[in-house]
Design a protein around this ligand. Structure first.
Ligand code: B1M
Length: 212
């Protein structure tokens, strides 16, 4: 789909206004929000990552690409989330301590919200203690942790430990995800669920809440 390709190129180049315009045009042409996400925006960030690895671009270029992606996501957000649905449960979400990547986390939040879950977003650089404080304060059933760096994924183990130390472990299901995370890592640290992408995180979170 060439419109999705235009969107992808605009995001890769960090052209925020173009990305926004192309997304609006795509929607008015009848292209679905999910398709714009999966065929335009997500592949763009993959390419950005590959170019960064190959030293073809550097942090500033990644940053402006991320800004363009976020601006485009703002337009799609109402279409990806079912407004007005009575919450089926509560979740807290955040990117773990030391990690500033939030695009994937924001997508997971959207997908959870789209499943009718009330989500308390703690943002980025969230410590294990902050996850536990927020889960207790909001009486959350789900704690969703995102990490994009191999150096920060170990913080997820600390999240599990703090919930155990505070006697909160049985009250929550801990979900983990992000590019370096695997099912084996999830099991190793004693978390409950790993999902590879935001859409399956939404499905798993819903299943947790409806079967609770
Ligand atoms: Co960063 N960065 N970055 N970066 N960055 C990566 C992650 C990297 C893989 C790039 C590379 O080398 N190819 C690499 C990590 C290497 C590693 O650890 N193995 C890297 C690096 C090294 C760094 C810095 C250290 C660079 C530097 O300063 N030298 C630095 C670290 C800063 C920090 O966090 N302390 C850094 C900084 C940045 C920017 C700030 C410039 C920017 C982030 C902006 C932002 O998020 N607001 C950035 C970006 C944009 C990237 C890449 C290019 C794109 C990430 C992204 O948003 N992808 C990334 C390369 C890549 O991933 N291809 C890279 C799109 C997003 C939708 O995917 O977040 O994976 P993702 O989410 C996916 C799944 O993982 C999953 O769902 C989503 C899909 O549906 N998912 C979950 C995510 N969380 C989940 C939670 C769940 C379930 C699923 O359950 C709870």
């Amino acid at each position: 789909m060439s419109k999705c390709n235009d969107i992808s190129l605009a995001v890769q180049k960090g052209k925020k206004n173009d990305a926004v315009t192309f997304v609006q045009e795509a929607l008015s042409e009848g292209i679905k929000a999910e398709q714009i996400l999966t065929e335009g925006l997500l592949p763009a960030m993959d390419i950005v990552g590959q170019k960064f690895t190959a030293n073809e671009i550097y942090v500033p270029e990644m940053l402006i690409a991320a800004r363009a992606m976020n601006a485009a996501m703002e337009i799609l957000k109402p279409m990806l989330v079912d407004a007005g649905v009575k919450p089926i449960g509560r979740a807290v979400i955040g990117t773990v301590k030391g990690d500033l990547h939030d695009i994937g986390k924001n997508l997971v939040r959207l997908m959870l919200e789209g499943k009718g879950i009330e989500v308390f977003d703690l943002g980025v650089d969230v410590s294990a203690e902050q996850f536990a404080d927020a889960a207790a304060e909001h009486d959350a059933t789900i704690v969703a942790c995102s990490a994009l760096l191999t150096t920060t994924m170990t913080e997820m183990k600390r999240v599990v430990e703090v919930f155990v130390e505070r006697g909160l472990r049985d009250k929550v299901k801990i979900m983990v995800g992000g590019a370096p995370i695997t099912e084996a890592f999830c099991k190793e640290i004693g978390a409950d669920y790993y999902t590879a992408d935001a859409a399956s995180a939404g499905d798993v979170a819903r299943n947790i809440l409806v079967s609770a």
